[in-house]
Design a protein around this ligand. Structure first.
Ligand code: DHB
Length: 311
């Protein structure tokens, strides 16, 4: 059996495959489903200062090869997720990943401070949601990103990762990598959904989700190549200074293998978990192990980052 364990942000993960923040991770019941599955961690929904209902429904729609959503950060408010870390830790052995997506700069500071007293193993700062009505995607405002990370790093006593939106321009990757280097960020998770896509149902002559006139974040197979490019470009720029987590369009063990080749230490499952449910974790872990065995690789460090280019 190939060893697909990983160490992320200094925390041991039994396998490198776990759930992405977002899908079915809002309530304690949903988190317990993840805890009981083969997901190697329990990632919780991005939280805000106050509980939120989120955007009006329909706000998620399955597509033949992915999904579009504009959930609008429905969550129970950060205090509940701090409470959940204690409950989950007392029952399950897995690492817990909290995700923080405060709507304002000061909210993030308050929430990060409070999470120091939680039982989370890792905190993922999420400045990448494209779906909050009336708010720009914070991960595209580099000054805001730099200032936020500076203040967050001052207060946060937990291992810190960041979930970034997709970038499409090499200069932007360079600018973001410089910001990341300045702060105590242990990993980058790339990517958040590709913001503000539009799905049209020609039969109904209509959009498929209600918020924002139908615009929403694209996920699934449509975004895999953008996710791979983001992981690879950050790996080229940051090497092993900052770890990488691949997220976006992983549906199989071979997809996971591709992300590790590009430089990822771990893989998060989003849309595939929405569509397949908790069996996706074991299936993809098994497929990854089988693919590695065929190749003669014993651990993910045997090939991580070793993607070949063509001379
Ligand atoms: C939501 C969507 C995201 O892509 C994200 O990173 C956080 C929240 C949402 O709409 O709930």
């Amino acid at each position: 059996m190939a060893d697909i364990s990983a160490e992320l942000a200094g925390i041991k993960f039994e396998t490198c495959v776990f759930n992405a923040a977002g899908p079915k991770d809002v309530t304690l019941d949903e988190l317990e489903v993840i805890a009981k599955s083969s997901s190697s961690a329990i990632t919780m929904k991005s939280c805000t200062l106050e509980p939120r209902q989120g955007n009006p429904e329909p706000r998620y729609y399955d597509l033949p090869e992915g999904s579009i959503n504009s959930m609008g950060l429905p969550n129970l408010g950060y205090k509940e997720y701090i409470r959940f870390t204690h409950l989950l830790k007392s029952k399950y052995k897995k690492p817990i990943v909290a995700s923080i997506s405060g709507l304002k700069f000061e909210d993030n500071i308050t929430i990060f401070n409070a999470f120091n007293e939680s039982n989370t193993d890792i905190i993922e700062f999420n400045p990448g949601s494209p779906n909050t009505i009336g708010k720009p995607t914070m991960g595209y405002d580099f000054e805001y990103l730099d200032n936020s990370l500076r203040e967050i790093a001052k207060v946060c006593k937990k291992p810190l990762g960041i979930k970034l939106p997709p970038y499409f321009d090499f200069v932007h990757f360079e600018q973001v990598a410089e910001i990341i280097k300045r702060h105590k960020v242990l990993y980058i998770c790339s990517i958040n959904s590709i913001g503000n896509a539009l799905v049209v149902d020609p039969e109904r002559e209509s959009v498929v989700i209600k918020p924002k006139g139908g615009f929403g974040g694209l996920g699934g197979k449509y975004i895999k190549y953008t996710s791979l490019a983001n992981v690879r470009k950050f790996y080229e720029l940051l090497g092993d200074r900052v770890q990488l987590v691949g997220c976006g369009g992983v549906y199989s063990g071979t997809d996971a293998f591709e992300f590790i080749l590009a430089g990822a230490t771990a893989i998060q499952l989003g849309t595939v978990y929405m569509q397949e449910g908790p069996s996706c974790f074991k299936r993809i872990q098994n497929e990854l192990m089988a693919y590695m065995k065929n190749k003669g690789y014993e651990s993910i460090e045997d090939f991580r980052g070793q993607l070949k280019t063509i001379d």
